[in-house]
Design a binder for this molecule. Sequence first.
Ligand SMILES: C[S@@+](CC[C@H](N)C(=O)[O-])C[C@H]1O[C@@H](n2cnc3c(N)ncnc32)[C@H](O)[C@@H]1O
Length: 206
Amino acid sequence: MLKKLLAFQFRRPSGLLGYYAANFMKKNNNDYIAHVCTLLAVQAHDSVLEIGCGAGYALKLIAETTQCPRIDAIDFSSLMVKKAKKNNRQGVLSDRIHIFNADLLAYPQPEKLYTKIFAINVLYFWNDLLPYFSKIHGLLQPKGRLILYMSSPERLRKIPFAVDEVFNKYSVTKVESDLAQAGFHSITHEKVVKMGFDTYYVCAQT
Ligand SMILES: C[S@@+](CC[C@H](N)C(=O)[O-])C[C@H]1O[C@@H](n2cnc3c(N)ncnc32)[C@H](O)[C@@H]1O
């Protein structure tokens, strides 16, 4: 029961337990965030969207290390949006960082499509990948780039709170095949072993 309660906090953090989940992610996600930002290689002409930004640490790193004039992010947890705005106060105030409280599937089409989209540890919570990948495809410009970070099913099975009812344990093969079905091409992945288990940085292009 407690495991399931915790699992829901990673899917959509809220309340006191949500603060616990946010702190856990802060301690454990820094290396993924840094590597995703390296793979994204954001340039001054890019327009970037992060899906499921959590407390906004990846946004902060991109803002600090690139000249990108506009960085958008969405998260459907109002607690996480609040935290992400607090952690990126300067960027938000200067109109460079825009953080929206939205579910990806309901996110409106922007006036200008994105050149780069990324999501870190988010796809486990999507019960059917195809609608989400198709939505992301539609938000990207031609030759746009998507980067997803995910843990292997084997690694997720070692995490006590990653219960099956909440965490979909997708194989990288399944993710790549659904990306192709959604219209992506040039789909590759980089495998990084973390604490003895595989994790993946999946890259795809429109
Ligand atoms: C496990 S957390 C990861 C947060 C952050 N990316 C990190 O690595 O620290 C997953 C986040 O994705 C958000 N999320 C999950 N599904 C979403 C959806 N369909 N639309 C928007 N946000 C979503 C959750 O609210 C949560 O903040």
